[in-house]
Design a protein around this ligand. Structure first.
Ligand SMILES: *Cc1c(COP(=O)(O)O)cnc(C)c1O
Length: 232
């Protein structure tokens, strides 16, 4: 199947999943995670209607943005400090960094005359192998981020443990509850823009949508012909 077919089926399934849990599919953005494919494959995805792409390596992101500048690019990789200016120059939304990166993001964004939208990655499940702030750290990270004028925290992101959809669902519900709790502690202006929940990948995006995801990050299920959903 082509990307176009995978994408169409995914959008149809998204509509069904949303109907089953009382959500509006227009509230959920599908980010096509294009980290494993080249620019011609992304051009085909654009022709099929995709606009939001996720990349996890700054150099690859920069090369693809140079070829396809009209799209919305999400940086979803882990951040290395020296790559921050490159990331900020290319990405409309970035996710995975530590407290010590905030100042550098702020400086890089100021230099480019932009405000960089970011999501805070939270390790909801507590798995040791996962990066991100603990739920307890998230409020402090958020308060610190809000002191920098050129970064805007738009919400939270997480990756669920793989292999058990019930565990994944709990993780996503935990992130949604944390977003609500943090939002209630923000001044109303910042709280109003602190909305996004980036959660759910090829295996578990359906659970994430019903838990309130506003963005799902789907790679293999869109770009790979060998991907078989565990639920298919
Ligand atoms: C690769 C990646 C995805 C997409 O994963 P699939 O399982 O291929 O859908 C989503 N989020 C992040 C952070 C990734 O690195």
């Amino acid at each position: 199947m082509s990307f176009a077919q995978h994408y169409q089926e995914t959008l149809e399934e998204l509509a069904r999943v949303c109907a089953s849990c009382g959500r509006d599919p227009r509230e959920v953005k599908v980010i096509a995670v294009s980290k494993t494919v080249d620019a011609p494959a992304i051009s085909a995805a654009i022709a099929a209607g995709a606009h939001d792409f996720g990349e996890n390596r700054p150099d690859v992101l920069a090369a693809k943005v140079a070829q396809l500048p009209e799209q919305t690019w999400h940086f979803i990789g882990t951040v290395q400090s020296r790559k921050i200016p490159e990331i900020v120059a290319c990405a409309s939304l970035c996710t995975r960094f530590a407290r010590e990166h905030f100042a550098k993001f702020d400086q890089a964004a100021e230099r480019l005359g932009k405000v960089q939208d970011i999501l805070l990655e939270v390790n909801v499940s507590g798995e040791e192998s996962k990066s991100g702030f603990t739920p307890d750290e998230a409020i402090h990270a958020l308060q610190l981020a809000e002191t920098f004028p050129h970064i805007a925290v738009r919400g939270l992101m997480t990756m669920a443990p793989q292999g058990n959809l019930d565990v994944a669902r709990e993780c996503f519900e935990g992130l949604a509850a944390l977003r609500d709790a943090l939002r209630s502690q923000l001044p109303s202006e910042q709280g109003a823009r602190f909305n996004e929940l980036s959660m759910g990948m090829s295996e578990d995006w359906r659970e994430a949508v019903c838990a309130g995801a506003t963005m799902v990050r789907i790679g293999r299920a869109l770009f790979s012909d060998s991907f078989e959903s565990v639920q298919a």
